[in-house]
Design a protein around this ligand. Structure first.
Ligand code: C2E
Ligand code: CA
Ligand code: CA
Ligand code: CA
Length: 279
């Protein structure tokens, strides 16, 4: 029966097999990434549109493996999410980002927020709030200088439970941001129930704001809505001066994107912060 299968089936199956093998290879190497110190954080600045100063930095995870090179989070986070290792990895990210932010506070005259991405598994973790409280205590970082980013789709996976966790985090004093806004369910109904401080407009809207009147209109509507809810508004993926000026004129408070800086390693970020302090 096997020989009677059409050729393209065999091809498809061989292809699936190699994809699966690649994934399994990544997964087995990822198992040791944390203990072998192969994970690193890059940081990308968020700049205040009125003062031009860096007010916060987003921690973005990288995996530096001796055989694979620098692996993008888009490749390994879904695997870590599927096998649960995102929980210890995510905790390492929070601890490392808080520790680094304390170091920056000691060496700089102004304090910054450090933003960390949360995954679905972490949000579902029963002791998440406790773990974060303990990291803040351990690193002696004022909770107001930690911002946690969640996406809408992540929130919608278990809406009531997620809202409860965010409320507890808010009580702890950490800041909360809704990431990639506009790409998920766009649950405008729920938006006012989310105890968030910041709305991050997804870069797919920012990309065409200047040239595409539809995206411009959607972006304006998001900004108007966010303002009416008294939220801090960040535009993501700002790559050009035109985009920067556009979102600034519309009333965005912060911009993040290659126009100002890509994500960079810790040392480079420290240098950028020192330079930005003198401006
Ligand atoms: P994200 O949270 O939406 O992060 C922003 C992504 O956009 C980053 O990709 C960043 O490098 C990229 N980016 C920033 N400015 C620009 C720009 O001007 N133009 C363009 N085209 N791209 C820009 P990155 O670092 O590859 O991260 C991809 C995603 O991986 C993140 O998307 C986030 O969802 C996830 N991720 C990264 N670090 C972590 C982490 O520590 N934990 C979890 N759970 N997820 C993470
Ligand atoms: Ca993010
Ligand atoms: Ca985002
Ligand atoms: Ca994203």
């Amino acid at each position: 029966a096997y020989r009677q299968m059409p050729n393209n089936y065999q091809f498809y199956s061989a292809n699936m097999n190699s994809q699966l093998q690649e994934r399994l290879a990544l997964e087995s190497k990822l198992r040791y990434a944390l203990q072998r110190n192969e994970l690193v954080l890059y940081y990308q600045p968020r700049v205040d549109t009125t003062t031009g100063k860096i007010v916060s930095v987003e921690a973005l995870l990288r995996w530096q493996n001796p055989e694979l090179g620098l692996v993008s989070p888009a490749k390994f986070i879904p695997i870590a999410e599927a096998n649960g290792s995102i929980v210890p990895i995510g905790e390492w990210v929070i601890r490392t980002a808080c520790t680094q932010n304390r170091l920056w506070q000691e060496s700089l005259s102004q304090s910054l927020r450090v933003a960390v991405n949360l995954s679905a598994r972490q949000l579902a973790q029963l002791n998440l709030v406790e773990r974060i409280a303990s990291i803040l205590n351990e690193t002696q970082l004022n909770p107001a200088y930690l911002e946690l980013e969640v996406t809408e789709s992540l929130m919608m996976e278990n809406l009531e439970q997620s809202i409860r966790v965010l409320e507890e985090l808010r009580e702890l004093g950490v800041k909360l941001a809704l990431d990639d806004f506009g790409t998920g369910y766009s649950s405008l109904n729920y938006l006012r129930r989310f105890p968030i401080h910041t709305l991050k407009i997804d870069r797919s809207f920012v990309r065409d704001v200047v040239s595409n009147s539809h995206d411009g209109a959607v972006t304006n509507a998001i900004i108007t809505l966010a303002k009416s809810l008294d939220l801090n508004i960040t535009a993501e993926g700002v790559e050009t001066q035109e985009q920067c000026e556009y979102v600034k004129a519309q009333g965005c408070h912060e911009i993040q994107g290659y126009y100002f800086s890509p994500p960079i390693p810790t040392l480079a970020m420290t240098a950028l912060l020192k330079k930005s302090e003198k401006v």
